[in-house]
Write a protein that binds this ligand. Sequence first.
Ligand code: GLC
Length: 564
Amino acid sequence: MENPWWHRAVVYQIYPRSFADANGDGMGDLRGIIQRLDHIAGLGVDVLWLSPICRSPQDDNGYDISDYQDIDPAFGTLADFDELLAGVHERGMRLIMDLVVNHSSDEHAWFTESRKSRDNPKRDWYWWRPARPGMEPGTPGAEPNNWGSVFGGSAWEYDPATGEYYLHVFSRKQPDLNWENPQVREAVYAMMNWWLDRGVDGFRMDVIDHISKDTSLPDGVVRPGSRYGDGGPHYMNGPRNHEFLHEMHERVFAGRDTLLTVAEMPSVTIEEAARYTDPARREVDMVFGFEHVWVDRGPDPWALYPLQLTKLKGILGRWQAGLAEVGWNSLYWNNHDQPRVVSRYGDDSPEFRVRSAKMLGAVLHLHRGTPYIYQGEELGMTNAPFASIADFRDIEALGQYAQAVEHEGHSGEDVLTVLRARGRDNARTPMQWDDSAQAGFTTGTPWLAVNPNYKEINAAAAVADPDSVYHFYRRLIALRHDDPVVVYGDFTMLLPDDERLYAFTRRHGDAELLCIGNFSGERVRAEIPDAEAWSSAELLLTNVPAPTGLELQPWQVVVYKRPA
Ligand code: GLC
């Protein structure tokens, strides 16, 4: 079989709410994206992924959809969408949509029907359950099981109209769809085909490892200090997940061979990822695993754990090896749910922000897989200075804060410290276009405050400066397009026990690449095998003005190439 086009592709994610606001209401919109398409095309990326733009009460910023076949009026109209899609295609790029079908909004017509009566034809489209036997419905502890919601509180909402509860793994406005019901699946496939017929090029599938659940819905383990049980093992990567995705493939993707599908799967292991992405099984092209962005988590959810580079390398190295023969990796540091990587794994001080952002970009993009860039990453945008919980807008931050502080006895300061470092709003501050008011994002009042560092960090300045993170990313993308060793070279991790250097080689045919990134603020000599020969190889890329061979300067990256 011929290699698929997306092996060579780079994807750029847009979070429409925070990208560009054309109508001045403080929230980004489709016309804003249309006006900025040349910025994205200028980077050289191949695909745009749009976070959700469908009609939604915006409880979770669009990840709660009330009409899958219309655009939210805050973002624009279907006509705007068609114009955007045409603009993307004219520039030789493709566009993929966010598919949010583990749950709908509680304002979706399917759910408003479902909640009407116990015998409504749509009742079984969601997970309705009675109170625990012997308990009075709607009283504390009477929920059908002990699962907590990801956003705080119980995963069950009592609905007095029919005296039963519905399941919501996320907010109470995001009821989980019941994929056991074939009518639900058919409705989803029909909707997906409708978008593809309209011209979209694929989907990023939201928490798609949650669609098959253990139908007995058993209680989860309650961790010390936690009020609820962990339902995760019972609602992630369930018994029918592969079956459902294969069915989706047959009903939607088969016969449309230029698509790209990528499945968000917080629970996925390497072994499972190899199955999901094995082309012979016809499920999905790639998955987003979470291990490498959870590397700095620890037993206490409200403590900060510093990055251990050896752990990160262990994880990414295992994913490289695990998908080397079968399947394909996605590569990402950032998205709308993760803090900014330069603040998290790099150094966002004025001295090293640009340098460490470039180093992180190079290390990621030179792995084998398809890289994903999140808006602003190409500018080296940083985490935001949130002063208090009142500065956050994210339902996750607000919900978790309330649960931890009000019900679980954690100190507000501890929780804030973690949210400042890890909270999702760090990624969601408005895109910084220029140094004018509100960073050129809006003429109105932005829905979330602009990061005050926009005077220095913005797209206009980055495009004008040949040494910017932006132009470095452009070179990384061009390198992938031009050099098969970046796309197909096999991957060998070097120095696995080194806490400061991230080093690896890639080899393909008669060429070999060496990439070494210094994850520290110190000078470090790279004691790699064959150092002598490498130091006289061609230096393709670095991020310092005066390179010092294999003695790496703080946050430096080097990429060498030689005949194999
Ligand atoms: C995914 C999304 C996240 C959302 C959640 C529920 O993890 O990326 O933003 O809150 O699913 O839809």
